[in-house]
Design a protein around this ligand. Structure first.
Ligand code: NG6
Ligand code: CA
Length: 510
């Protein structure tokens, strides 16, 4: 077929979504929305997804009263690009500078854009974010002692209580709205990702000061007996205690719900768990058989339980849409010697999928995704629909009665019928992002050739890079073991062309 004609006949139809969405609820039926966004939790890490060596009763409660998605994806296999896509509805690979950010990066979402929080705010919702941010703060070199902006408040949130980047990156302080919490003006904070401060004690030079040791990287600033990525000095009263973080975030999340229970609210609750460093509160430390990685899964489950209990206590559960998912797939050794490898046993963090965090195989982005909304989802079910977190923007906009402008959320599909369990198909196609890109259409997955390493030397994860094209039949071979590219050259050509077409066009949504 001629190339142009090929696009028109084979590719173009795929760029248009088919399923007709269910009607949006009338004003008074619009739900409260709680999006619980966990960090590095794998498909196989929850008992409602088959884990046996660990129990997650509160997460299982969501599954038991809602929908368990089996083909749901984070937008990328690492944090920053997944979160960028979640909040903007745009594939992160379209934009430079959306990879894993250092802790002193500037905000990567331009104020004024129609973000998920900005759209829901226009619909009259109170909008809060509690937990991990990792999308940058400020507009250039940031003074952590002054007003910290632009940040979440400038892109649509009304309230923010944040960890700026990750638990393993400085600065190790909380930021509430525009200020560092508990900052003593006589002990200002300084942050550098270039060189240590004079006299700074580091993990690599003073390992005897550490209670948790790095396995790779993470040998710079020491905070709370744990060495991190990056250097910092000062702000001693403001430093967080890792073992208290889950309690601190959960209390802020509960407060937000209680403050806004009289109206409509959207809470984006982005836990630090189960990212490294994995330091559980003493209530959970040693309580799993899998060491700290298991303990923080128990802790995460407890946080989720507190949120659900709060909704119950205030009679909000019936009309609250609760979504639980994770920003990327799982990793076992992500840079600290925390016994995760030694105590894993036969636990499969990625469940049946190959690879994990950082990987273009399914383990990279195929994550747990649970949805509960008793008012609109009367009975529990499993859904095989292909959905992505990038679709939440359009779907939630629709559910709350908002419409999108032409330029908004270019890659976000309105999947309300799939979200409510009425459409088993979902997206017509999905681009997955790790070191390279892949595209899924129906049963087929094509992975674009790439020169990167096949296996990460740090984490041991199979990254899925291959200089040759890869084609997998996910129906017959969900574990991506048999590359059938040589058997189906037409399929390879078709999907390679589709991926190219998606890259070239500024948007994929209808
Ligand atoms: C990597 C870190 C890893 C983790 C990751 C980001 C090293 C050696 N590894 O660079 O520990 O922080 O970045 O994780 O520094 S994410 O979930 O926020 O994407
Ligand atoms: Ca992550």
């Amino acid at each position: 077929m001629h190339r142009r004609a090929f696009f028109r006949h084979a590719v173009a139809p795929l760029l248009v979504a088919s399923a007709r969405p269910a009607a949006p609820p009338a004003g008074h039926d619009r739900p409260n929305i709680v999006l619980i966004y966990a960090d590095d939790v794998g498909y196989g890490d929850l008992s409602c997804y088959g884990a046996r060596r660990i129990r997650t009763p509160n997460l299982d409660r969501i599954a038991a009263g809602g929908i368990r998605f089996l083909h749901a994806h984070s937008s990328a296999a690492t944090c920053t690009p997944s979160r960028y896509a979640l909040l903007t509805g745009e594939y992160a690979w379209r934009r430079k500078g959306t990879g894993v950010l250092p802790g002193d990066a500037a905000l990567i979402i331009e104020p004024g854009r129609s973000t998920l929080p900005a759209i829901l705010k226009r619909q009259g919702y109170a909008i809060g974010v509690v937990g991990k941010w990792h999308l940058g703060l400020g507009a250039g070199k940031l003074d952590w002692n002054g007003e910290i902006k632009p940040g979440p408040l400038e892109i649509g949130f009304d309230y923010a209580f944040l960890m700026p980047a990750t638990g393993d990156r400085v600065p190790c302080v909380y930021v509430e709205n525009h200020r560092v919490v508990n900052l003593d003006p006589d002990d200002p904070i300084e942050v550098s990702y270039e060189k240590p401060f004079e006299g700074e004690l580091l993990g690599r030079t003073h390992p005897h000061l550490l209670r948790m040791h790095p396995s790779h990287g993470h040998d710079m600033a020491i905070v709370n007996g744990i060495s991190r990525i990056g250097y910092m000095r000062g702000g001693r009263k403001a430093l967080w205690k890792d073992e208290e973080m889950a309690d601190v975030f959960t209390a802020k999340a509960v407060e937000f719900i209680e403050r806004h229970r009289g109206g409509r609210f959207f809470l984006y609750f982005a836990t630090h768990d189960i990212h490294v460093p994995r330091v559980a509160h003493p209530r959970f430390a040693g309580k799993s058989v899998m060491g700290p990685r298991g303990d923080v899964i128990l802790q995460l489950d407890w946080c989720v339980g507190r949120i659900l209990d709060t909704l119950d206590r205030h009679g909000l559960a019936h009309n609250t849409l609760v979504i639980f998912t994770s920003d990327n797939g799982p990793v076992v050794d992500d840079g600290y010697k925390d016994e995760a490898v030694e105590k894993l046993g036969d636990h499969k963090p990625a469940g049946p999928w190959r690879g994990g965090k950082y990987s273009i195989f399914e383990g990279g982005t195929r994550v747990p995704f649970l949805v509960r909304w008793p008012a609109r989802i009367p009975k529990p079910s499993d859904s095989p629909a292909l959905i992505s977190q990038i679709d939440l923007l359009h779907t939630l906009a629709f559910l709350t009665g908002a419409s999108l402008g032409e330029q908004d959320a270019p890659d976000s599909f309105n999947l309300v019928s799939a979200l409510l369990g009425r459409d088993p198909q979902g997206r017509p196609h999905l681009v997955e992002q790790a070191g390279t890109l892949a595209v899924i259409v129906g049963r087929w997955k094509y992975i674009a050739p790439s020169k990167g390493p096949r296996i990460s030397k740090n984490t041991g994860i199979e990254l899925g890079n291959d200089p040759e094209p890869q084609l997998y039949d996910l129906e017959r071979d969900p574990g991506e073991r048999n590359n059938v590219a040589a058997e189906f050259p037409d399929k390879v050509a078709e999907l390679a062309a589709l991926l190219e077409q998606i890259r070239q066009s500024p948007r994929t949504r209808p």
